[in-house]
Design a protein around this ligand. Sequence first.
Ligand code: NAD
Ligand code: UFG
Length: 337
Amino acid sequence: MNVLVTGGAGYIGSLTTLCLMQAGLNPVLLDNFSNSQPQVLDCLEQLAGRRPVCVTGDVRDLALLEQTLVEHSIDAVIHFAGLKAVGESVRQPLAYYDNNVQGSLVLLEAMRRQGVRTLVFSSSATVYAEASEMPLREDARLGPSSPYGRSKWMVEQMLQDLARSEPGWSLTALRYFNPVGAHPSGTIGEDPRGVPNNLMPYIAQVAVGRREALHVFGNDYPTPDGTGVRDYIHVQDLARGHLLACQQGHGRDGFHVYNLGRGQGLSVLEMLKAFELACGRELPFVIEPRRSGDLAAYWADASRAEDELGWKAELGVDAMCADSWRWQASHPMGYST
Ligand code: NAD
Ligand code: UFG
């Protein structure tokens, strides 16, 4: 199976590429490297024993996409390419609608023209409305609160409409909860530009001495220890979810949506403790006011993915922290070290 992986040089895309290669599929990456480094291709070659084909370009380039689909006889697409910072999306909404919505529209048009009908799309738990009942099931009320979340919701609606328009489309949206961790070898991991927005890369940079202390955003939430609770999922489990969605989606008509999470909430302080165990020392933290837009607590009901895809998260918080630490300790400055 030849699979086009847009955004395949990124954090989740690169580890999914490796998972596809190890399962005997042929991924073809397409990335504009706006948030990734070409060195990841060397790491993939080292781990998989062969170098994946990589097209440097933008998902909004219709001619390039059509050419790539034809030249590489693509059977299915996994679409990761896009922007992902919630706060930035509030300040630059048009960049988010352009990259995430327009990018998906162009990709779908290229697929329609070239007769490629299977797509797996990176959606997010952020599409759910606030104050939904926990755990979140796929049929919970939707209503994202940021332009980033709305861009994901818009694409899901496009996929749903497209699947209804004619038979033959197999379109799957995977709603990730909080992906963390790295490849267990420590060779591939998350390498955010600038100050990390997300909890785990921030903790990892404190552990390696790049940042002084973790800023804990709020300790007055209605949660057991007052800090925010999320459903963290190991990126290796997430990668396997894409493999299964891609294999099982191929030839299965319609629009399908799945939560990918562990079904267990962990607080900021619990994550910090787990990381301290992994790196072997106490890590400094300071309590700050709540971060605007954050919810107190949410976690997934991932039983639909288990029932229909045969997918279940296998790796726990210890592996998430140990692998993340292995990556950070061996690459203190990310891919540039
Ligand atoms: P990432 O930034 O590491 O990877 C995205 C990749 O897409 C990068 O390599 C970037 O260079 C590329 N890219 C961006 N815009 C592009 C464009 N217009 N054309 C071609 N390439 C482009 O992010 P990630 O964490 O691997 O996330 C992958 C996907 O999963 C994104 O769509 C993101 O919104 C979604 N997602 C991520 C999280 C998370 O917490 N990491 C959670 C939910 C959903
Ligand atoms: N947090 C801190 N300090 C930090 C960073 C985060 O205390 O420096 C806290 C947050 O307040 C929150 C928790 O850690 O309680 C997790 O925050 P993240 O920024 O790591 O993740 P979010 O839950 O805010 O959002 C992430 C991705 C989104 C995605 C969402 C899906 O950033 O893109 O998960 O659940 F949509």
